[in-house]
Design a protein around this ligand. Structure first.
Ligand code: GLC
Length: 806
């Protein structure tokens, strides 16, 4: 059974059956204003921050058939009353003749036919704007004239989304609504908690006269809420009650009489859901978007944004699924993770103090640099503001208040309050930004450290370069018994929380990779002292890793506080961890023979047809000494599940050792586009990578969850474009160093890089995986494989011949 298909020409996935195994979503807008639209039109919308300024009440744990945050009711006048239904299928669940949810780039379009009424609703947030627009068109496809009413409805949440759930007196006591009607009958129905009435109001409005409205949920559903969302009793009355709620569960419902539509005739309505300081302030833009042509124009601008965004890197490989992913879906997911970090999805609920994750966003930045380096830099700057003056960082922060915290470590008394990896990721992001743009001036920008005085002024500031040096020094000086980095509360694997004194091999390797980047940067900046110092740090750490952590066939993953290894053949459970191997290769710590042996062990012990497991065997029961990982059953999440984020790292490692066939096999087996064929097993959206897939120790092997917000997006994009196709920005230019399946004959990439377009054609006549024999740029052979920076706004032809190096 399939639930839809890819329409790459229109850059859409089209859902054709609303009863998908789990809710499938799309994102509209950005964190500044936007959120989630599900495949039956439900919406979770917020402005600036999902925890402290949420607008619609969308409860992801409710069954898929339930009303969630918003819907549209249509009602057809009949001889003895009304036929009420939702063209989004949910919540009325009427039988339909057609249902399509077009998951587009920045918009969702729902096309349906119920009772011979065809409805087409395009849902989007105009670029840089603070409103969700729903452009609704209704066509009578019957052979009879029909009298029709349209009732869009929104249910509000308290802006403090957690309080909505834990204070059921304060919230309803403060929620209020007020209606503004003009002479022509247009209505703006506003809503706010009392304390915000003069500063921050939500509104629902439309471009069609409203005959009546409702703002109280109880009245709308009727019969003391024994009326239901599937059949709201008030919709069987001619008009709603025009009640301006001064407390209670606030909604906004606007009843429009659209009149009689003749067979074949189309009528329309545009709604806007937004937030502003006041109605007066909002009015000019509200009026602007009441105009259908303006809305059409704005939709074109959105499409143009995506044209430009995607045009920065387009590929043509022999693999159709890879093309679809790299040209459309993967960049879209990277754009989404860049905006939302791990903050708001159906799985990461954006409540309380979760905020923007430091490590998460540092990695997300690397996935969008090709297309939006400026935004990447802004996010890096924001992240650096929560770095502490000792070089470590806070774990997460609220983007509205910039208040940061130490993540889950707060919940464990006596546990270290830092994570050993957080501050190192940002070095990778910064150097990636510098290589993409050449904008070295960024290194001199001064950014405060996180600590504040009583007046909330920063105690200390430093240049970006200073921030980077301090990050290195933090790890350098926080090592344990083997001289390896202390684990802190955790490293990338959030859920292995060992006693203070434990050491992390992952942090050691991430440190190694960060040092390689720092050495390269220092060399580029002409700073021989820094080169020498960091080279010494690197050499020492490499030596320690190989001395203590080689387990015979692979590298161990941790040393416990008492010095015993985890991720070793001497363990009964958790004998081998993927990250221990991939990162030893990425850091260059693993010498060639150990690299090959370790990666073969990954293939033997961890690979499955659905992806590479994080570790194996899974722990069989809760062990407080190991922490969160043992709360999961074997095969789930970090306990031996296929935690997808780790897969691109193995792919990258395989390309480093030159095994293009295996790298591509790993790449293909997790390509979500291919999951459309096994969707009953996979269940999540086939147009994005999920965070996790159940591993083969679990009876539901292959089942995906936590779609969309995963570091997999950024790393799979990097693995695909920079390591498999091998186009890597360097300080000097664009390096071409593919590592592909030997059977490939050729591939092409168009990539913009520092204000020039590189049209790259790679030929593989000898059928090698790796190795560049010659590179011609604009017809002339160059030495080496780094194509220089042109910056001339022009197109340049790059012809690459792979083969054994001459
Ligand atoms: C989640 C967290 C991420 C962590 C990963 C592995 O995805 O957001 O920060 O690295 O889990 O534990």
């Amino acid at each position: 059974m399939k639930y839809g298909y890819f329409d790459d020409d229109n850059r859409e996935y089209v859902i054709t059956n609303p009863k998908t195994p789990v809710k499938w979503i799309n994102y509209v807008g950005t964190l500044a204003f936007g959120g989630i639209i599900d495949h039956t039109g439900g919406a979770l919308i917020c402005k600036g921050d999902p925890a402290l300024n949420r607008i619609t009440k969308y409860i992801p744990q409710l069954p898929s058939s339930e009303f969630k945050g918003t819907t549209l009711y249509l009602r057809l006048k009949q001889r003895d009353g009304y036929r009420v239904f939702s063209p989004y299928f949910v919540p009325t669940l009427d039988p339909y003749d057609l249902y399509e949810c077009h998951v587009g780039l920045g918009y969702t379009r729902i096309v349906s036919e119920f009772y011979e009424m065809r409805t087409e609703v395009t849902i989007f947030v105009p670029l840089g704007e603070g409103r969700v627009i729903r452009d609704i068109r209704i066509t009578n496809v019957s052979d009879q004239p029909v009298e029709i009413d349209a009732i869009p409805i929104v249910e509000y949440t308290h802006p403090d989304a957690l309080k909505q759930f834990n204070n059921a007196d304060w919230v309803p006591q403060t929620m209020q609504s007020k209606a503004y009607r003009d002479e022509s009958g247009l209505v703006i129905l506003t809503q706010y908690p009392f304390m915000n009435k003069d500063t921050q109001i939500n509104y629902l409005t439309s471009n069609h006269p409203v005959s009546s409205f409702e703002s109280d949920r109880r009245r709308f559903l009727g019969n003391n809420e024994y009326g239901t969302w599937a059949n709201p009793l008030s919709l069987h009355e001619k008009e709603l009650s025009n009640y301006e709620a001064l407390r209670g569960d606030n909604i906004a419902a606007l009843l429009h009489h659209l009149g009689t539509i003749q067979p074949g005739e189309t009528t329309g309505l545009i709604t806007q859901l937004g937030q502003d300081e006041s109605v007066e302030k909002a009015l000019p833009l509200i009026n602007r978007y009441r105009d259908a042509e303006q809305v059409e124009q704005t939709l074109k601008e959105l499409a143009a944004f995506w044209d430009t965004h995607l045009s920065r890197l387009q590929v043509e490989t022999p693999d159709a699924n890879m093309n679809s992913l790299l040209n459309i879906h993967n960049p879209r997911q990277c754009h989404t993770t860049k905006n939302w970090s791990r903050y708001l999805s159906l799985y990461q609920l954006g409540l309380g103090a979760r905020g923007i994750g430091f490590r998460d966003s540092s990695q997300d930045v690397m996935g969008i640099l090709v297309s939006m380096p400026k935004e990447g830099k802004e996010l890096i700057k924001q992240l650096l503001q929560v770095q502490k003056s000792d070089g470590s960082t806070m774990h997460q922060f609220n983007p509205l208040t910039m208040v940061a915290n130490e993540g889950d470590s707060r919940e464990v008394e006596g546990a270290p309050k830092y994570y050993s990896d957080d501050h190192l990721w940002i070095l990778l992001a910064i150097t990636a930004y510098l290589k993409e743009t050449g904008g070295l001036a960024f290194l001199d920008e001064v950014i405060p450290y996180y600590e504040k005085d009583k007046e909330e002024h920063p105690l200390e500031s430093g240049t970006v370069l200073d921030h980077m040096h301090r990050a290195i020094e933090f790890t350098q000086s926080n090592v344990g018994a083997h001289g390896l980095p202390l684990l802190g509360f955790a490293d990338w694997n959030d859920t292995v929380n060992l006693q203070a004194g434990a050491e992390s091999l992952f942090a050691a390797s991430l440190y190694g990779k960060a040092l390689l980047e720092m050495i390269e940067l220092a060399r580029h900046l002409g700073d021989p002292e820094a080169v020498a110092q960091y080279t010494t740090y690197y050499g020492t750490m490499k030596q320690r890793v190989n001395k203590h952590a080689w387990d015979g066939e692979w590298y161990v993953r941790y040393f416990d506080a008492d010095g015993s290894p985890i991720g070793s053949r001497s363990n009964e459970k958790g004998q081998i961890y993927a990250n221990g191997q991939s990162w030893s290769v990425i850091s260059g710590f693993a010498p060639p023979d150990k690299a090959r042996t370790a990666l073969d062990a990954v293939h033997r012990r961890l690979n499955t047809c659905n992806g590479i497991k994080l570790s194996t065997p899974g722990y069989e029961g809760f062990d407080p000494a190991k922490g969160g990982t043992t709360t999961y059953p074997p095969g789930a999440k970090e306990n031996g599940g296929i935690f997808l984020h780790t897969n691109p790292w193995v792919i990258i490692a395989e390309t480093i050792v030159g095994n293009g066939d295996r790298a591509f096999e790993y790449y293909s087996q997790i390509n979500p586009v291919a999951k459309n064929e096994v969707i009953e097993q996979f269940e999540c959206e086939p147009y994005v990578y999920p965070q996790n897939i159940l591993g083969d120790e679990h009876p539901q092997f292959g089942l995906a969850r936590n779609s969309w917000l995963s570091g997999t997006a950024s790393w799979a994009y990097q693995a695909g474009t920079q390591y498999i196709l091998g186009l890597t920005p360097t300080y000097e230019g664009l390096q071409v160093n593919p590592c592909i399946p030997a059977k490939w004959d050729s591939f092409k990439v168009t990539r913009q890089f520092r204000n020039a377009v590189y049209q790259i054609e790679v030929e593989n006549p000898d059928h090698v995986c790796k190795g560049v024999k010659s590179v011609k740029v604009d017809g002339k052979e160059i030495a080496g494989n780094v194509v220089s920076v042109f910056g001339d706004g022009r197109m340049h032809q790059v012809e690459v011949i792979m083969g054994e190096e001459a």
